[in-house]
Each structure stands twice: as C-alpha cells, then as structure tokens.
Design a protein around this ligand. Structure first.
Ligand SMILES: CC(C)(COP(=O)(O)OP(=O)(O)OC[C@H]1O[C@@H](n2cnc3c(N)ncnc32)[C@H](O)[C@@H]1OP(=O)(O)O)[C@@H](O)C(=O)NCCC(=O)NCCS
Length: 187
C-alpha cells in the first residue's frame, strides 16, 4: 500500500516536477513550465505526494496531472507518475479527482492524445470511460508513432460522480486546497 495525498500545485513542487516531467517524457519537444501553468486561470494542475506511513507528513511529488479547460471542454496536457510509484493507484486518483473537479465546473467533454503503444495509459483512460475517437498517423516525430485520440463526454451525471468518489475513497487521502494535511482519511 502506498500512502499519498493530492493537492493543487504549489511553488515548492516546481523543481521536482520539472525533473520528473523530463524523466517521464524524455522525448517531449516542449517541457511543461510549471511556474506558468500554476498561474493560469484555465488550468488545473494536481500533484500527488507520497506520505509517510503515519500519513501526516507529505514528501516529494510522485505524480501530476495538468489540464487546460475552456468553457465546456478540457484537454489533458500532461499526466504522469514517477516510475517507482506506479501501480499503486496514484494515476487513477489523479484522473478521478481531476474529472470530479471538471464536472464541478460544468465541463462536458475531455480530450487527450496518447501513444498507440502506451497500454498502461490507454487502459487507465478506458477504465474511466474514455473512448477512442480517432488516430493521428505518425504523430510523434521521435519514432513516427501514431497518436490515439480519446475523449469522454457528458460525465457529470450522478452515477459517474458516484464512481469517481468511490474510486477516490478507496485510494487516497486527498486535498485540493493549500493545506498540506490530508482532508479525507479512508485508509
Ligand atoms: C499511465 C500512468 C500515469 C499510470 O499511473 P499509475 O499510478 O501506475 O496507474 P494506477 O496504478 O492508478 O493504475 C490505473 C490503471 O491503469 C492501468 N495500468 C496501470 N499500469 C498498467 C500496466 N503496466 N499495464 C496495463 N495497464 C496498466 C490499469 O487499468 C490500472 O487499473 P487497475 O489497477 O485497476 O488494473 C503511468 O504508467 C505513467 O506515468 N506512465 C508514463 C507517462 C504516461 O504515459 N502518461 C500518460 C500520457 S497520455
């Protein structure tokens, strides 16, 4: 079991996230500039932090998600979990919390693109109801790999929100405010 909490990005996270972003996406042409991202009104950036086993003290960032939204639509720009923290539900929790927040601001559609070979991410998105909507042939310039386009629509219904909440309740402490103390204790 991994203990972690999720919070909105803070300046303390910038350095580690920049390093993590480079490690997770070494081939990305443009790195995420977290200091700019965190200041924008139309972005959400959540960061997962490992917790000590007493579940009080939060450690370094271990994962993040960065999304851009307009009136009713959103795009997932960047999303990753540090290699040695994968497989513990961190990715699931980051997506669940982001979708819950997006539903709360009346977002109706979420779009993303993912490498064809990226089975872990594609499986995760499918689990949350994202459907494949198209292919951008040879989209990635490093290896000419196709991009799979996926989207999720009209997810702000009671059943889906209950699914998101129960996913979160099973997985983690979470807190989207500035306070670093976990807001929800379910472990
Ligand atoms: C995709 C990624 C964020 C998943 O993070 P994670 O914390 O390991 O994911 P979780 O532990 O929450 O797993 C969630 C689901 O993802 C899928 N998944 C995760 N790892 C998987 C693997 N190795 N193979 C197949 N499916 C996998 C499963 O459906 C899993 O659900 P389950 O545990 O109920 O079976 C992580 O693998 C990662 O950072 N990859 C590199 C960056 C990346 O691909 N980002 C997305 C770009 S579009």
């Amino acid at each position: 079991m991994k203990y972690f909490t999720i919070k909105s990005i803070s300046p303390n996270d910038f350095q580690t996230l920049t390093r993590m972003d480079k490690e997770i996406f070494p081939l990305k042409s443009q790195q995420t500039v977290f200091s700019i991202t965190s200041n924008k009104q139309n972005t959400i950036c959540y960061v997962a932090h490992a917790l000590l086993t007493n579940r009080t003290c939060s450690l370094n960032p271990i994962g993040y998600i960065n999304v851009l939204f307009t009136d009713f639509e959103c795009e997932i720009l960047s999303f990753g979990v540090a290699k040695n923290h994968r497989g513990y539900g961190v990715g699931k929790a980051l997506i669940a919390l982001t979708l819950k927040t997006l539903a709360g601001i009346n977002c109706q559609s979420v779009f993303l693109e993912v490498r064809k070979s990226n089975q872990p991410a594609r499986a995760l998105y499918s689990k949350f109801g994202f459907k494949k909507t198209g292919v951008r042939s040879r989209y990635y310039s490093d290896n000419q790999e196709d991009a799979i386009l996926m989207s999720l629509h009209d997810f702000e219904n009671f059943e889906y929100l209950t699914f998101l909440q129960s996913t979160l309740d099973k997985l983690c402490f979470y807190n989207t405010g500035t306070d670093s103390k976990p807001a929800n204790s379910i472990l």
